[in-house]
Design a binder for this molecule. Structure first.
Ligand code: GRG
Length: 342
């Protein structure tokens, strides 16, 4: 995939959003008034400023370039290991986690020349988790971001190793960051590691596997989502706050924001799996239902799942009250994630 096609493909939510705003411009006045009344209390319908799209695409370019540089400096002794790593990382997704790191860093007025590298470390963890998640022993998926999954191209054994490499690389990168005080480095590493372990990705995936074909409660579904998806999103926001030297109080508020956005993100992901289209999502749909997974819409219904995601988004935005204008991208990203289509 070329750099151009990557840029064209990514952030379908943002382009979907501009299409929606375009259609509103042609709306009749009485219909518009009815819609605005209906949407008054609905976050899903909230109109977003157009420049968030520019913000996202500029940040994405920074992250893409940094990821290229990190991979280029790696000594990969086997061609298929290198091919798998490039396929896993470069034909990029939305880059929403590292963008959250950058937005959180900006929200606290941070000053750290290494911030783009720090943010890219989060995306490496995310890339690793997708490679392992797609394996036959896990979700057994053939398609990711509209392309064959890594194990389909380089084989299962090599895909496991690609994932292992992508899990180690961000910790190595953080450990070797120049010009960062030891205390800050340790906090960055600790926060990211926690998101990978039993309170994060690994624990969430274990619970998810355990719950297949079983009836689970909403509380269990929430716990799975919190660990499997929420923990890394929370860590993404936390890393920006640590790098930006946030006060303890602001750090906790931003973690709370990340936790709520992270949970809302997974609930929306479940809704997209249940109701979305493969062509837009770039991965198979109805997979949760097929595997008997503990997904929100099948547990509580689509309407309630949407309410949960909206309420979590409202809570997330509520955590940013004291941060003023500088936190505007974080507010808009929370809105955008709620209404994404891919
Ligand atoms: C850490 C040892 C260890 C194991 C990992 C495989 C695994 C255990 C966890 C899987 C976690 C996982 C893949 C959760 C799904 C998260 C999710 C909603 C992914 C989709 O994220 P997007 O929409 O994707 O940001 P793009 O393609 O945009 O990057």
């Amino acid at each position: 995939m070329t750099g151009e096609s990557i840029n064209a493909e990514v952030f379908s939510a943002a382009s979907a959003l501009s299409a929606v705003n375009g259609s509103w411009a042609r709306e009749k006045p009485n219909r518009r008034a009815r819609r605005e009344r209906r949407e008054k209390n609905s976050l899903v319908g909230a109109r977003l400023p157009m420049d968030i799209k520019t913000y996202l695409s500029e940040k994405k370019k920074l992250i893409d370039a940094e990821l290229q540089a990190i991979l280029a400096s790696e000594d990969m002794p086997v061609e298929s290991l290198a091919e798998g790593a490039h396929r896993a990382v470069l034909p990029g997704g939305k880059r929403i986690r590292p963008i959250l790191t950058l937005a959180s860093f900006e929200a606290v007025g941070g000053d750290c020349p290494q911030i783009v590298r720090i943010a890219s470390c989060v995306e490496l963890i995310h890339s690793f988790s997708l490679v392992h998640d797609d394996l036959p022993a896990m979700d057994n998926s053939d398609l990711r971001r509209g392309l064959p999954t890594v194990h389909k191209v380089v084989g299962e054994g090599m895909a496991v190793l690609v994932g292992d490499m992508l899990l180690a690389l961000p910790f190595q990168t953080l450990a070797e960051l120049p010009g960062v005080e030891d205390d800050k480095r340790n906090r960055l590493i600790g926060e990211l590691a926690r998101a990978c372990g039993s309170s994060g990705l690994a624990g969430g995936q274990a619970l998810d596997l355990e719950s297949e074909q079983k009836s689970v409660t909403e509380a269990t579904a929430r716990d799975i989502a919190r660990r499997k998806t929420g923990a890394l999103i929370e860590a993404s926001v936390a890393l920006g706050a640590i790098a930006g030297d946030a006060s303890e109080e602001t750090f906790q508020k931003l973690k709370e924001y990340g936790s709520s956005v992270g949970l809302a993100f997974q609930v929306t992901d479940d809704l997209l799996d249940a109701e979305g289209e493969q062509e837009i999502l770039g991965k198979p749909v109805r997979a949760d239902e097929e595997k008997g997974k503990a997904a929100y819409p099948s547990l509580v219904g689509g309407k309630r799942a949407r309410q949960v995601a909206e309420e979590l988004t409202r809570q997330a935005i509520g955590c940013l009250t004291d941060l003023g204008e500088k936190a505007q991208p974080l507010r808009e990203i929370a809105h955008l994630l709620l209404r994404r289509k891919g």
